[in-house]
Ligand binder design. Structure first.
Ligand SMILES: NC(=O)c1ccc[n+]([C@@H]2O[C@H](COP(=O)([O-])OP(=O)(O)OC[C@H]3O[C@@H](n4cnc5c(N)ncnc54)[C@H](OP(=O)(O)O)[C@@H]3O)[C@@H](O)[C@H]2O)c1
Length: 285
């Protein structure tokens, strides 16, 4: 029997004053979805931050899991994302409301443009991003999204959005792990007051066999996954590791009882080699 892991998760404060838990659980479609592991994260591990997307195709399953967890909606931070094929003002409005319905909730705590490319041939990405952003602003006014952000946006995408809409998103969710550290982007986000959120903190498992990570796991008596997640948290990067296995979910949440020393943080930072384990938005116009 695994005992409960109750903890008060530290939060980061967005420019609108809302507080986002620094640790959440991911729901990527790759590697499958486990209702049992998801409910376990909420009920037994105290996880309150769920990172969802329409793209994952499991919004209805998440609605059931949220119900099953018995955690009140007011305690949860739920992020969802607008898929590019829904970019455009009217379609963005409709897509957000439909996602709310599928997830059985009235509002998202955070709603993001998922990807800078509109995937709509013949249409301008830049114009569609701006149109969709205006829909997000309207959804925020209507109270259907309490914070609005972007995902996979590089500096030039953020600059264009600022020029076109005067917009400074509340957060930008980007690939971030020991091998992929977009330092200039992180710096730009900090300067602009945009919370930097990372995804794929374990590099989809690739970082777990790294000799430096293994060495530090032994030093701290922790697992490689805990070292990777802890490194994100000490860098003040919001992170949402994903697992379909209860024991790993628990392990991934148990990251607040130790501190990596500065020299070890630096050694992990030195592992950056620029590889992407997901998609690379650098060249999206
Ligand atoms: N905005 C975007 O475009 C975007 C893109 C990618 C991801 N994300 C978000 O970020 C979340 C996390 O990223 P991710 O799922 O790509 O990758 P990840 O969390 O870095 O790694 C997940 C992989 O690691 C394994 N794993 C998890 N915990 C483990 C542990 N303690 N020990 C050993 N293996 C472990 C999982 O397998 P098992 O299931 O078998 O444990 C799975 O194969 C996603 O779920 C999604 O919510 C967003």
């Amino acid at each position: 029997m695994i005992s409960k892991l109750a903890f008060n998760c530290p939060t980061v404060t967005l420019s609108n004053g809302k507080k986002m838990p620094i640790l959440g659980i991911g729901t990527s479609p790759f590697g499958g979805y486990s209702d049992e592991a998801f409910v376990y994260a909420l009920r037994e591990c105290g996880i309150r931050h769920l990172d969802a997307s329409k793209y994952s195709g499991i919004e209805e399953q998440l609605a059931v899991a949220i119900q099953e967890s018995c955690v009140p909606r007011s305690e949860l931070w739920i992020t969802n994302k607008l898929w590019p094929l829904d970019y455009g003002y009217d379609s963005a409005m409709e897509a957000c409301l439909a996602s709310c319905t599928r997830m059985g909730i009235d509002y998202f705590d955070m709603y993001m443009l998922h990807w800078p490319d509109s995937m709509q041939p013949g249409r301008s990405n830049r114009e569609l991003r701006a149109e969709s952003w205006r829909a997000l602003e309207e959804l925020e006014k209507l109270g259907r999204c309490r914070s609005i952000g972007v995902s996979n946006f590089m500096i030039h995408h953020l600059q264009q959005l600022k020029e076109d809409c005067g917009a400074v998103p509340h957060a930008n969710q980007v690939e971030y792990h020991v091998y992929q550290q977009p330092r200039q982007l992180v710096e730009y986000c900090h300067e602009e007051g945009i919370v930097f959120q990372g995804y794929s903190p374990l590099a989809k498992g690739q970082a777990l066999g790294d000799p430096t990570v293994l060495k530090l796991a032994e030093k701290y008596g922790r697992t490689p996954a805990q070292i990777c997640i802890r490194w994100n948290i000490q860098n003040e990067v919001v992170t949402t590791p994903k697992s379909t296995k209860i024991e790993r979910v628990r392990e991934n949440c148990d990251v607040f009882g130790f501190q990596l020393e500065d020299a070890d943080m630096e050694e992990l930072t030195q592992l950056h080699d620029g590889r992407h384990v997901c998609w690379d938005p650098t060249n999206v116009e």
